[in-house]
Design a protein around this ligand. Structure first.
Ligand code: ADP
Length: 214
């Protein structure tokens, strides 16, 4: 945030920008400034940054800009290691989408399976969830991945350290080859490098050290 640019320079759609400003953000953090344009362009992105640097803001704002509102299908899939993180991301998405027609749903373990199946029938634009329940819903034929434009892994190192590797590989195998994949992680252990080499298409790399957020 050194040169004082506001979010206006990032070409974010008006109705999403309104949500960003009313949430109270004024200027993008470094990771946001670097990765939002790449996500908006549809590039695969590997972003390494510690928590508290604004990663959630980066992938949520960037990916929301990719949604085609005319298309009533699930287009953004955000995978996180825990229900708590899914809650946080969901709440943030809800606020940022306040002035849009974008629809969103949480797909997490520990909630009613039948309710989840029912809610998925409406094909919300944005799905936020944990690997086990997401894979279960895909395998039950309730979560359609054909139109997923952007797949995001939040805290990818945690996802793998919690033993979700097989689920992740199974999920990715159902996603179209053309889907943009964005991976956010605090560390880059070998397992993540292996995952990125296997599934990502010429990814752009963004590395950010911990910075103070105003
Ligand atoms: P991470 O996902 O890297 O842990 P978050 O996106 O959750 O980081 O952001 C950490 C904190 O900083 C949150 O309280 C968030 O609201 C705040 N924050 C993020 N981006 C900005 C910004 N551009 N301006 C002001 N506050 C921000």
């Amino acid at each position: 945030m050194s040169d004082g640019d506001t979010f206006d320079v990032l070409n974010i759609q008006e109705n999403i920008l309104r949500g960003v400003y009313s949430y109270g953000f004024e200027k993008p953090s470094v990771i946001q400034k670097k990765s939002i344009p790449l996500i908006m362009e549809g590039k695969d992105v590997i972003a390494q940054a510690q928590s508290g640097t604004g990663k959630t803001g980066a992938f949520v704002i960037g990916s929301l800009c990719r949604i085609n509102i005319e298309d009533n299908s699930s287009q953004i899939l955000i995978i996180t290691p825990t229900r708590e993180l899914a809650d946080q991301i969901y709440n943030f998405v809800e606020q940022i989408c306040n002035y849009t027609e974008i629809t969103y749903l949480k797909v997490v373990g520990g909630s009613s399976v039948s309710e989840c199946m029912y809610d998925l029938k409406k094909s919300p634009h944005v799905l936020i969830g944990t690997p086990g329940r997401i894979l279960d819903m895909i395998q039950k034929g309730c979560l359609y991945t054909e139109n997923i434009k952007t797949l995001i892994f939040d805290e990818a190192d945690e996802i793998l350290s919690y033993g979700f590797k097989d689920s992740i590989y199974n999920i990715v195998s159902t996603i179209p080859k053309t889907t943009q994949i964005c991976l956010f992680s605090a560390t880059m252990p070998d397992e993540i490098v292996e995952l990125t080499n296997k599934f990502m298409n010429n990814p752009e790399k963004v590395l950010v050290k911990k910075e103070e957020l105003t």
